[in-house]
Design a protein around this ligand. Structure first.
Ligand code: BES
Ligand code: ZN
Ligand code: ZN
Length: 510
């Protein structure tokens, strides 16, 4: 894939950070502290007190997400010093660092800085474990530097193609630890950018067969990953009626993409983890067509499936000793003469029949086949991720993904991974009372419940296809998209789920 912007991230020993040659030197500042670290004090001396003046004028207070530029002089190595607000020291966590790093990278790209000396971590010193610190820095830099402009042909404003970031430190033992955790963060950050690009590509570019080809290409580029794709004939032969029904109205046929990662001998004793992701390359609603306002956003209805592909990319790059199977059912939900319709009864891969009452509730129709396939593949744990319901967005806003499931331990593990990755989740119910709403009079199930609790009834529907397997469901509707750019991100796909799923797998190895 053509990279949008490449990030060249390295650690460098620098006895004199203030004298390190770069277009920008990035340092961190706390809001609740007057005294600063040695680096800032030394730098300010060389700048003739410019940082102190900036602060005393109140132009920069060190608040989270804030930043300010001071211009370097003859005595500094960098042309610009970028001060990043870290908020209050006592509230610092990995996500503060991740976000501040993203803000820094975004500003560096905007300023067309080709070389960045990154010393944000110096102010943080021992407040975070080195393993957490480097990972958050790297993830943040990739996140903030990202901008999707693949189809912008006019480049006369001098678009930056790559950015070189040197994380600088004078302490060799700290550098060694940092460089290890930076490499972990870089593998995850790069994979998240990969996800954002695939997700941002429109429906006329990425349809189900095109996504399957991307998955094959990805598998070829990785070690210990194999890709299998079922086309419409194989889906029919296997009885995957859910996936076929959803794809029936489109000129481009559906696919079931499977990526298998072999974690080596150490993985043999651990249960196989299935990551299942919804990949609707465009969701028009089908015969139950959606209103036209914001329908363009439904090109992102493939985000769950893409998060799965990208998480497998990160897991394989990190050579994690866990066996993982990624299962990504993909279809385009379109109205047409061959579309599935309200009233239809569909026989799914599990053998269960479903009465269709709304063709826009298509995600669960593909996922139910994929979940049953995960059970058949002997997964010990199943986690699905999907832009499943507008109701989840109504419940949680655009700040947290819904998390449901049938196992408290798995929920707790995902909550921990969420905390570490900064991809926020909220545990929601999906028990018996919700499942009851999904019963049909004329089939085993129906595909919509009542007006209320739509995220919970959707999860309860899915829960009936995992049998006794330990299972969790992530409803990421709303989390897939930044409608507007902010200080730490550009608009478009968020790549949500890549960091969360990878963090969950990393934690299985420690
Ligand atoms: N892809 C949508 C859910 C969605 C909505 C994702 C907004 C991101 C932003 C899903 O397929 C859908 O249309 N769900 C319906 C279900 C309803 C018909 C029961 C919905 O949420 O309205
Ligand atoms: Zn839909
Ligand atoms: Zn959808």
């Amino acid at each position: 894939m053509k990279e949008i912007i490449t990030v060249d991230l390295k650690t460098r020993k620098a006895a004199d950070i203030a004298g390190y040659k770069a277009d920008i030197l990035v340092i961190g500042c706390f809001a609740d502290e007057k005294t600063t670290d040695k680096l800032t004090v030394g730098l300010d001396r060389r700048l003739g007190g410019a940082i102190k003046r900036l602060k005393s004028l109140g132009d920069f207070k060190g608040k989270e997400d804030s930043s300010a530029v001071v211009y370097g002089g003859e005595k500094t190595g960098a042309k610009r010093i970028l001060l990043l607000g870290l908020g209050d020291r006592k509230e610092l966590n990995a996500d503060t660092v991740r976000k501040a790093s993203a803000v820094a990278a975004k500003r560096a790209v905007a300023l067309k800085a080709k070389t960045v000396a990154f010393a944000l971590h110096i102010a943080i010193a021992n407040r975070l474990e080195p393993a957490q610190l480097g990972r958050a820095v790297a993830e943040g830099i990739y996140f903030g530097a990202y901008k999707y402009d693949e189809y912008v042909t006019k480049t006369d404003n001098g678009r930056l193609k790559s950015i070189k970031v040197d994380v600088v430190d004078s302490d060799p033992s700290r550098l060694a630890e940092l460089s290890k955790s930076l490499a972990v963060g870089a593998a995850i950050g790069e994979s998240q950018s990969y996800a954002r690009t695939l997700a941002n590509r429109p429906g006329n570019v990425i349809n189900p067969p095109a996504l399957a080809n991307e998955a094959k290409k990805l598998a070829r580029s990785l070690k210990n990953v194999t890709c299998t794709v079922f086309d419409e004939k194989q889906l029919k032969a296997k009885g995957m009626g859910g996936i076929l029904a959803v794809g029936s109205g489109s000129k481009t046929p559906p696919r079931l993409i499977t990526l298998k990662y072999n974690g080596g001998p150490k993985a043999a004793k651990k249960p196989l983890v299935a990551l299942v992701g919804k990949a609707i390359t465009f969701d028009s609603g089908g015969i139950s067509i959606k209103p036209s306002a914001n329908m363009d956003q439904m090109k992102l209805d493939k985000s769950g499936g893409i998060a799965v592909l990208a998480a497998i990319r990160a897991i394989a790059k990190l050579k994690l000793p866990v066996n993982v199977i990624g299962i990504v059912p993909s279809a385009e939900n379109m109205p047409g003469g061959a579309s599935y319709r309200p009233g239809d009864i569909v026989k799914t891969f599990s053998g269960k029949t479903v009465e269709i009452l709304n063709t826009d509730a298509e995600g669960r129709m593909l996922l139910c086949d994929a979940l049953a396939y995960a059970v058949k593949s002997k997964a010990g744990v199943i986690i699905d991720i999907a832009t499943l319901t507008g109701a989840c967005m109504v419940a949680l806003g655009k700040y947290k993904a819904g998390l449901m499931g049938n196992d408290d331990n798995l929920i707790a593990q995902l909550e921990k991974a969420s905390e570490e990755s900064g991809e926020s989740v909220w545990h929601m119910p999906s028990g018996k009372e919700y499942a009851k709403e999904m019963k049909s009079q004329i089939a085993d199930l129906k595909n919509i419940g009542s007006r209320w609790g739509g995220a919970c009834t959707a999860a309860a529907f899915l829960g009936q296809f995992v049998e006794k397997t330990t299972w969790a469901h992530l409803d990421i509707a709303g989390m897939d998209l930044f409608e507007k750019a902010a200080d730490h991100c550009s608009e478009g796909s968020t790549g949500f789920g890549v960091r969360l799923l990878t963090a969950y797998i990393i934690n299985l190895t420690t």
